[in-house]
Design a protein around this ligand. Structure first.
Ligand code: NAD
Length: 484
C-alpha cells in the first residue's frame, strides 16, 4: 500500500475563514475507497448555518482580494500551481484512493488540474477593458471589468481535482472569492487543494471549502444573496435544480452538465487512429467522463474490422484497484454506478445487442464493471439515450453520412462529439452539422486548458478554460465620462 509523503495533505476537516473545522453538530460523512468499500476517512457534514459562515468569510475576504493587483493575484496562483506540482504524487494518491481511477490517470488529472491554475495565473494580467468611440466630442466611454463577487463552486466526483481548479483559478484570477462544495464522494482532493492554497499564501477566506451532504449546503448557496454566481459541474438534473434555485436572487450561472457523445467512424477513416481515439475517449476514467463517447457509430464498410479490433483491445484490458499494479480501469465510484451499467447492458442485450469482447480477468469486489464492446446497438436502447458512465462501448451500424448526423444529434445533450474521416470536404460538412459545444476530428480528446470547454442544449451554459474562461467571473461596468 502506497503512503503519502506529506500526511498533512490528508485533511478530515472543512475550511472556513482560514480555520480547519469540524461540523458544529459533530456530524460527519464517511468517504469510501471504491476498490475495497473500506472507509478512507470522514469529513464534516456541514449545515446551512456553517455554509452561511463560509459565504460571510468569502464576502469579508472579497474587498481586499479584489484590491490586489492582477500581478499579485497571479503570483499567488503561480505559487499554488508550483505546490500542486511539487506534491503531485501525493495529490494523485489521494485522488486515486477516493475516486478509484488508476494512479497514472490520477497523476494526469493533477497535471491537467494544475494547468488551469498556471493558465489563469497568466490570464489574470490580461484582464483589460475597452474604450468606445463616444457619440459626442465632450464624452468618453470606457468599459471596466470587475469581479462578480462571491462565487459558489459545486463539483462532481469524476474529476475531483481538475473540476475545482478549472473554476477556482479563473474566479481568483478575476478577483472573486469562493465557497467550494466538492462531491461528498471525493472531498479529500478538494481539502488537499485547500491546504496547498493556504501554504501558497492565498489569504484566509478567499477559498472556503464546505463538505458533506448537498441538500442543506445547496439550499443556502442558492438562496443566499451574497452569492453572486454559481459555477456547477455535474448532472443535468442537479444543474436544473440550481438554475431554479438561483432564479430568485438572479445569480449568474455557469453549468457544465451531462453529455451523450457520439463517436462517428466513417468508411474513409484511418482505422488505427479511430481505435486509439475510441480507447481514450470511451475508457478513460472507466468511461466515467462527461465527454466520453457514449454511442460509437460505425459506417457499414468498416464496421466489422473496427468491431474486431476494438474488441481485441478491450478483451486485453486490465481491471483492478487504481493504486495497485498498473491497470487500465479501476473500480466504479459506487454501487449505483454498477447498477446503472448493468441496467443498460441488460436492456441492450434484451433488445438484440451482442457482446463482442472477451471478459478479461476480473478482480474481486462489488464495484468493478466488465469492459465490454456491444455490437448491434440500436437507438431504442437505454444506452442510446442516457450516459452509461461505464466501460461499455456500444457499436451502432450506419449507412450514410446523413443517417449518422441524424443519430448523433438525436439527443437533448450537446457536450462533445468525435468523428473520423480523411476527407476534408466531409470534415467541414460534419462539423457544421453536429449540434455540440466541442467536436474532435481524428482525435478522442478535447480537454485542454487553452481551449473553451462546454456544451450546448441540456449540456450547459458558459465555457471554461481558454481566454474566455475568466470572463465567466467578470462583470462589465460601463463608465460614461462627460463634460470634457
Ligand atoms: P451530481 O449532479 O450528482 O453532483 C454534482 C455535485 O452537485 C456534487 O457535489 C453534489 O453533492 C452536488 N449536489 C447534488 N445535489 C445538490 C443540490 N441540491 N444542491 C447543491 N449541490 C448539489 O453529479 P455527479 O454524479 O457528481 O457527477 C457526474 C455528472 O457530472 C455526469 O452527469 C457528468 O456528465 C457530469 N459532468 C459534467 C462535466 C462537464 O464539464 N460538462 C464534467 C464532469 C462531470
Amino acid at each position: 500500500m502506497k503512503t503519502l509523503n506529506d500526511k498533512s495533505l490528508f485533511r478530515e476537516q472543512c475550511l472556513i475563514a482560514g480555520a480547519w473545522r469540524n461540523a458544529a453538530s459533530g456530524a460527519s460523512v464517511p468517504v469510501t475507497d471504491p476498490a475495497t468499500q473500506g472507509t478512507l476517512g470522514h469529513v464534516p457534514d456541514v449545515c446551512g448555518a456553517e455554509t452561511r459562515e463560509a459565504i460571510a468569510a468569502a464576502d469579508a475576504a472579497f474587498a481586499p482580494w479584489k484590491a490586489k493587483t492582477h500581478a499579485e493575484r497571479g503570483a499567488l496562483l503561480e505559487a499554488w500551481h508550483r505546490l500542486m506540482l511539487e506534491h503531485e504524487q501525493d495529490l494523485a494518491l489521494i485522488l486515486s484512493l477516493e475516486q478509484g481511477k488508476p494512479l497514472s490517470e490520477a497523476l494526469s488529472e493533477i497535471r491537467y488540474g494544475a494547468s488551469f491554475v498556471k493558465w489563469f495565473a497568466e490570464e489574470a494580467r490580461r484582464v483589460g477593458g475597452t474604450t468606445i468611440p463616444s457619440p459626442t466630442a465632450d464624452r468618453r466611454i470606457v468599459i471596466l471589468k470587475e469581479p462578480v463577487g462571491v462565487c459558489a463552486i459545486i463539483t462532481p466526483w469524476n474529476f475531483p481535482n481538475a473540476m475545482i481548479t478549472r473554476k477556482v483559478a479563473p474566479a481568483l484570477a478575476a478577483g472573486c472569492t469562493v465557497v467550494v462544495k466538492p462531491s461528498e464522494f471525493t472531498p479529500f482532493s478538494a481539502l488537499a487543494l485547500g491546504v496547498l492554497a493556504e501554504r501558497a499564501g492565498i489569504s484566509p477566506g478567499v477559498i472556503n471549502i464546505v463538505t458533506g451532504m448537498p441538500a442543506e449546503i445547496g439550499t443556502e448557496l442558492m438562496a443566499n444573496e451574497t452569492v453572486r454566481k454559481i459555477s456547477f459541474t455535474g448532472s443535468t438534473r442537479v444543474g436544473s435544480v440550481l438554475m431554479r434555485g438561483a432564479a430568485d436572487s438572479i445569480k449568474r450561472l455557469s453549468l457544465e452538465l451531462g453529455g451523450n457523445a457520439p463517436f462517428i467512424v466513417f468508411d474513409d477513416a484511418d482505422i488505427d487512429l479511430a481505435i486509439e481515439g475510441a480507447i481514450v475517449s470511451k475508457f478513460r476514467n472507466g468511461g466515467q467522463t462527461c465527454v466520453c463517447s457514449n454511442r460509437i457509430l460505425v459506417q457499414s464498410g468498416v464496421y466489422d474490422i473496427f468491431a474486431a479490433r476494438l474488441s481485441a483491445r478491450v478483451s486485453a484490458m486490465k481491471v483492478g484497484p487504481g493504486t495497485g499494479a498498473p491497470v487500465d480501469i479501476g473500480p466504479m465510484i459506487n454501487e449505483a454506478a454498477i447498477d446503472k451499467i448493468d441496467r443498460h447492458v441488460a436492456d441492450a442485450l434484451a433488445k438484440g445487442a451482442q457482446i463482442l469482447s472477451k471478459r478479461p480477468d476480473m478482480p474481486k469486489g462489488k464495484q468493478y464493471a466488465v469492459p465490454l464492446v456491444l455490437g448491434g446497438a440500436t437507438t431504442d436502447m437505454l444506452l442510446a439515450r442516457e450516459e452509461t458512465f461505464g466501460p461499455v462501448a456500444p457499436l451502432f451500424r450506419f449507412e450514410t453520412e446523413a443517417e449518422a448526423i441524424a443519430i448523433a444529434n438525436a439527443t437533448p445533450f450537446g457536450l462533445a462529439a468525435y468523428f473520423y474521416t480523411e476527407s476534408l470536404k466531409r470534415s467541414w460538412r460534419v462539423v457544421e452539422a453536429l449540434e455540440f459545444g466541442m467536436v474532435g476530428l481524428n482525435t478522442g480528446s478535447v480537454s485542454t486548458e487553452v481551449a473553451p470547454f462546454g456544451g450546448v442544449k441540456q449540456s450547459g451554459l458558459g465555457r471554461e478554460g481558454a481566454q474566455c474562461g475568466i470572463e465567466e467571473y467578470l462583470e462589465m461596468k460601463t463608465f460614461h465620462i462627460g463634460g470634457l
